[in-house]
Design a protein around this ligand. Structure first.
Ligand code: ATP
Ligand code: MG
Length: 469
């Protein structure tokens, strides 16, 4: 049944239309003023609206805009008197389906209504198809058919329909950020900002002003207002990575935003309301963090409405071949072909992947370079740490001297090794190391490791100091 609104101040005309359209099986709502029309638009699900261009209390164009914003997929047909054709044309530009000059024949009116209704149905079908397409796209980028990955994909589809906070748990490189993005992309917020902050990358005071912003004069050096990331994420999704690294006072502020949607900039008395969907991630054990008093229990309860636990790669090794295919499909140059030999694949499956998918991709990236023109990637193209699962020690811990290295030194050694491998090509080295070129230059220059690097550095070192057997 077509649900239709007629807004016109000519009572007699409305009565005629209403009777005839009802007889055609339509459900008709009538309004004789703009105010009445808007109230119906707000409360009824409509397919088509017939809007008089000249209502006593509101301009037809304004009414059309309101209708389109309240019911974006519904269609409007403008009713005009003689002399208002120009306005009618303008309304078409603003998204009206058509216009009719009064008085119009009923048959003509019926045809236009039916066509407008068809267009609305088509548009809705399109929206559904687009949604399905984005779902397919997400299945294309979040690779894995293991039971765990299938369940994760189902949970993502489920939580993307709500605004509830989500907590993503998993070791480094398991794809926490990827999952957060997938949730955002599938949600109704997908066209709005997706803002990421990594709590471990900032000192406490800087993190606070990054998150909440400040008012000019809030502290020495605050020479102008600063917009906080939470405000930038308004109407979108805010992904807070490494939440366990947030200080307790910041945790309290985050809890308040979660509970009330309200926060204050530093140095400001005014409250700011935001509509933000929060996603949190950590690779720490939250029970330990709470037990040791480093994380607020109340905040934890608030943010773990939905928990997505991404298992480490070593617990879903059946995903490895799929991830390899995906890597080749997305990372190789045009006309470049690579495949992995049986033996190399066995070695990849044998390894226990402390750096998870990120590490797998780094190793594949390295193997593509090392294998040069050969199409088949073989054992010789994999790092020793991986092939030496039967107990051969790898370069950084070969001598007793080297086993005394601290992590920073191990990291430096590993960087030197990678640079050697890439014959000094820093771009390639940075890619393999999983850090930016700028960061690599910094490390090389300072010979020191800073906070955010040490995180990745640790994992790189771990991989290469890793011995088995
Ligand atoms: N299932 C997957 N399918 C495709 N790519 C993946 C998958 N999981 C992880 N990746 C890729 O691995 C890399 C690391 O993923 P991501 O940054 O999401 O991990 P993370 O868990 O956030 O790591 P960290 O704890 O170090 O921040 C990215 O390049 C990501 O695209
Ligand atoms: Mg991450």
């Amino acid at each position: 049944m077509i649900r239709i609104l007629i807004a016109d101040d000519e009572h007699s005309l409305i009565e005629v239309y209403k009777k005839k359209l009802s007889r055609e099986g339509m459900q008709v709502f009538a309004a004789t003023s703009g105010k009445e029309a808007i109230s119906i638009m707000r409360t009824q699900n409509l397919d088509v609206a017939l809007l008089d261009i000249k209502l006593p209390d509101i301009d037809g164009i304004e009414l059309l805009k309101t209708f389109k914003s309240l019911q974006p997929t519904a269609e409007a047909i403008m009713l005009t008197g003689f002399g208002s054709v120009e306005t009618a044309v303008k309304s078409m530009k603003l998204g009206a389906y058509d216009y009719l000059t009064k008085p119009c024949k009923l048959s003509e009116l019926l045809t236009v209504i039916v066509k407008a209704h068809e267009k609305k149905q088509l548009r809705e079908k399109n929206i559904i198809l687009e949604e399905q397409l984005s779902r397919l796209k997400f299945h294309d980028t979040l690779i894995g058919e293991s039971k765990a990955m299938k369940e994760i994909k189902e949970t993502i589809s489920l939580v993307s329909k709500s605004d509830a906070p989500v907590l993503i748990l998993g070791e480094t490189g398991t794809g926490k950020e990827l999952v957060a993005r997938a949730i955002h992309d599938l949600s109704s917020r997908s066209q709005n900002p997706f803002v990421i902050v990594n709590a471990s990358c900032f000192q406490e005071s800087i993190l606070e002003s990054e998150l909440f912003g400040y008012k000019r004069g809030a502290f020495t050096g605050a020479t102008s207002d600063k917009l906080g990331l939470i405000q930038i994420a308004d109407s979108g999704t805010f992904f807070v990575d490494e939440i366990a690294d947030m200080s307790l006072p910041i945790q309290a502020k985050i809890l308040r935003v979660l509970e009330t949607g309200v926060f204050r900039r530093l140095g400001d008395t005014r409250e700011i309301t935001v509509d933000v969907r929060f996603i949190f991630a950590t690779n720490k054990n939250m029970e330990d963090e709470i037990a040791s008093g480093r994380f607020r229990r109340d905040l934890f309860y608030r943010l773990n409405t939905f928990v997505i636990n991404i298992p480490p790669l070593r617990e879903r090794k059946e995903d490895i071949p799929l991830l390899i295919d995906y890597f080749f499909n997305t990372h190789l140059r045009k006309n470049q072909k690579k495949r992995v030999s049986r033996k190399a694949l066995d070695a990849l499956k044998d390894y226990d992947w402390p750096g998870n998918v990120r590490e797998l991709f780094n190793i594949l990236e390295r193997a593509v370079i090392v294998s040069g023109d050969r199409e088949e990637i073989d054992l010789q193209d994999l790092p020793l740490s991986l092939v030496s699962s039967k107990g051969i020690k790898i370069h950084v811990s070969q001598s007793s001297e080297e086993t005394k290295l601290n992590l920073r030194e191990v990291e430096r050694k590993h960087i030197e090794h990678v640079l050697e491998m890439t014959r000094g090509n820093k771009s390639k080295a940075a890619k393999i190391l999983g850090i930016s070129r700028k960061r690599l230059y910094n490390i090389l220059r300072n010979n020191a490791v800073k906070d955010c690097v040490s995180n990745r550095g640790l994992f790189v070192s771990k991989r290469n100091t890793h011995t088995k057997g």
